[in-house]
Design a binder for this molecule. Structure first.
Ligand code: PLP
Length: 461
């Protein structure tokens, strides 16, 4: 990187050199920054990020799926300024504060019914850790200490701390960190791209649910919980599946006495078109089911939220759970209580950002506005969808994904670099391009996103 710089260093280059010398970046082989650019960002506004020379990038991935209402949103900024003048932080053990209480009350009113207890942490992986620990500890408190195993879907992603990695199915992580973790089993993913020829997404999801049942039949006495990314497995490349799987999973968990953990860290807060993806869990529509009307919605035993919960402003996560689970810990004995804490659990500023985010959902009828945006996007993206190199076009809510047939083995890096040249921030996963833009994206910005992506695909296919 440094060798490519001219003697007169630009503002960007100066900054990059400092960053590369001092910052160890996440999810990165640092040496790759010698050939592929690290992008310096000086400021953000709406869907746009700007470097130190005012070159702009449309943030089509919402900065790792966190930003909902644009960068430097005036309403969230104002709420944070107000909170800063009142209380920046206080520990949540033995103390309480207005933003945490209000947020817990409002989330309980919005989430699937019955999830009345909020446990806070700072990031997504911590929420996964909490849900896993809470589930196993609940079984222990119920006199079933052997129920301490977990299962997840093939290709699942639930975070990168050691407990979260144990239910994350990424080959690279398994080989690097396998020795450190108690690896848990996986069951086949209902990802519809894996359906047999001629098999519908629904039929395939039901077939996968049968395989889940077989696993439960054999292992339920040792199983604490089944953890799942509802509707979309994000990190594996926006794999989508039929919502009937969620309903069957709920039924099977009830039948076999296994907790269901819904990891909505990525898909919660409106991403899939409903505030929570679990709201879309549907019953089979086959005549044999005897159900004429679509029944939707399930309540998991644990609901994990993070990412968009603060509108992409501050680290915050929450695990919501049912009264029955909560009561299992309620006791005179300290050891029966839930043993988990983080210094910044329920930070007031982060909770206040989350409250401002919920206000925007309510005041702007965001879910309805997003339906119109998604319809527009689906209309204008036809040339992309019908491009000969594009396969498996898929969309749910404000998430789009597709694979690109390309002769380039390093497609994702090339695509990333070419996108930057075209004012787009895309982060392909292998050959999968996805869009997960902030909800404030305008029609003109969607036009630009589609036309520039088409241009990129034409060059790389
Ligand atoms: C479904 C899911 N769970 C958990 C996580 C981990 O969240 P964090 O990166 O905040 O630790 C992610 C992050 O992408 C995720 O997509």
């Amino acid at each position: 990187m440094i060798s490519r710089m001219s003697s007169h260093r630009s503002a960007n280059a100066e900054f990059l050199a400092r960053s590369l010398a001092a910052v160890w970046h996440p999810c990165s082989q640092m040496k790759h920054y010698e050939t592929f650019p690290l992008v310096p960002i000086a400021r953000g506004s709406g869907v746009w990020l700007y470097d130190f020379e005012e070159k702009r990038y449309l943030d089509a991935v919402s900065s790792w799926w966190v930003n909902l209402f644009g960068h430097c949103n005036p309403r969230i900024n104002a709420a944070l300024r107000d909170q800063l003048e009142k209380l920046e932080h206080v520990l949540l053990a033995g103390f309480t504060h207005e933003p945490a209480v209000q947020l817990s009350e409002r989330l309980a009113a919005l989430a699937p019914p019955g999830l009345g207890h909020c446990f806070y942490a700072s990031d997504g992986a911590s929420a996964t850790e909490i849900a896993l620990k809470m589930s196993a500890h609940h079984w222990r408190n119920s006199g079933k200490p052997d129920k301490s195993r977990f299962i997840s879907l093939e290709n699942s992603y639930h975070g990168e701390t050691l407990g979260a990695l144990s239910v994350t199915d990424v080959a690279l992580f398994r080989s690097a960190y396998g020795a450190l973790i108690r690896q848990q089993a996986t069951v086949p993913s209902p990802d519809w791209r894996k359906a047999a020829a001629g098999e519908s997404a629904e039929a395939y999801a039901l077939r996968c649910a049968d395989m889940l049942e077989r696993h439960f039949q054999q292992h339920h006495s040792k199983l604490a919980a089944f953890i799942i990314e509802p509707l979309v497995q994000g990190a594996t490349g926006m794999a989508m599946y039929h919502p009937v799987y969620l309903r069957r999973a709920r039924q099977l968990c009830d039948e076999y006495g296994v907790h269901l953990i819904a990891d909505e860290i990525a898909v919660g807060m409106g991403r899939t078109g409903t505030l929570f993806a679990c709201e879309q869990a549907s019953a089979p529509l086959t005549p044999a089911s005897g159900i004429g009307e679509k029944i939707t919605g399930i309540t998991p035993d644990f609901l994990c939220l993070s990412k968009g919960i603060t509108g992409g402003y501050l680290p915050l996560s929450v695990v919501m759970t049912r009264d029955e689970v909560y009561q299992g810990f309620y006791s005179d004995e300290a050891a029966r209580g839930f043993l988990h804490s983080h210094s910044y659990s329920g930070n007031p500023l982060a909770c206040r950002a989350a409250l401002a985010t919920l206000d925007i959902f309510q005041q702007d009828d965001v879910l309805a506005a997003n339906r119109a945006k998604a319809a527009y996007m689906n209309r204008i993206s036809r040339p992309l969808r019908e491009h000969p190199a594009v396969r498996n076009w898929r969309n749910i809510g404000m998430i789009w994904g597709f694979e690109v047939d390309s002769p380039h083995r390093d497609f994702s890096q090339r695509c990333f670099a070419l996108a930057l040249k075209n004012e787009l921030l895309l982060r392909p996963i292998g050959n999968t391009i996805y869009f997960m833009p902030p909800y404030v994206i305008s029609n003109e910005e969607m036009d630009l996103l589609v036309s520039r992506t088409l241009h990129i695909i034409n060059q790389l296919s």
